[in-house]
Write a protein that binds this ligand. Sequence first.
Ligand SMILES: [Zn+2]
Ligand SMILES: [Zn+2]
Ligand SMILES: [Zn+2]
Length: 370
Amino acid sequence: MERTAKKCKQCGREIYFDGICVSCQTKHERKRILALSQEEIDTSIQQICNEIEKTGDLDQESDLFKQLLDYRDINTSKIAKAAFEKNLFYPCELYKDAPDYIIESMMDILKKDSADPQLAGALLLCLAVCGGEKVYPFFLDLERHPRSWRKKLYVNPSFYATYGGWSYDSNGRFMKTNFDKCYPMALGTLEEKKRSPVKIGVKTGEKCSQCGLGLVNLMEIDGTDPRLDFLELNGVVKAKCCPNCMIYSDNYFCRYTLDGESEIILEEDAVMMEDDLKDAGLEELTSNSYILGDQPVAPRYASDWEGGSSVGGFAFWIQDCDIRLCPDCGKPMKYLAQIQWDTVLSGMEGNAYIEICPDCNMIAMLHQQT
Ligand SMILES: [Zn+2]
Ligand SMILES: [Zn+2]
Ligand SMILES: [Zn+2]
């Protein structure tokens, strides 16, 4: 059957079914969840617990759980109790507010060499999301004195920890790998964009030495805006890149100064890229009118499909969570921002992620798609 293009009844975007597009559907759902009263939230939490208690699984209500977590940052302690009763350890966010006795019990399982490796991996993720004073030294101990199950896992506990927004360096020093606060990027006007402390896609007038495309500041962040106090940046940070080469490069970094200068650090073996994006793509990317939202949102607000672009909080990792090590100091970097490509470049899949090492004035930029 031929697929005929139709228009979203809400925004006019081209779709291949009757009704409204996925992006508009997500907006509706988000609005609905944001309007729930505390009583309605409690009822929804009970509904989630009921399914887990009845079936030992989270299937029917899994979207509801994700929405409540993302948009309302619900306390999950009741859900964690129900899940632990049924040995349900996925998704790991079920355990965000797990009570101490559950944290202790999960740690007891991991202390044993005999723990099933698959279960161990799941428990590490759950404990990472719990975080806290007991989990951090415990992870460090597991990393320094690996139990037998570690052989079957690919990465160290310090990597699992980044799913909870924290980790530690090679000396075992605790580090946060996420900012606590999150601000969404919202559609404004081009005039408002001029005044916005965060901008996506600003031309620099320079050309990429690899492919010849114009360089852009993928994001400009003016940390002196009071909304962005939580970033603790005393100036303007510009994440400069060639959007074309960045997408294909596995190691794309730039060094910044707080007065708004940035220098791209090219890999020694950087390969010449075709300019896929072309000037038209660059034009589109730099003509968006996204501005920083007025109000902070829940930390995981943008951590799902159609989550949009945001600063701080948790990213939506399309593949694995990918916190880079700073090429200067070797410590884990901190997730700073994400850009949902198709909101600024039509037809472009995936997300761009920006990470920062404030100690070394270093920025990493990476790209993921399905
Ligand atoms: Zn739409
Ligand atoms: Zn390039
Ligand atoms: Zn560093």
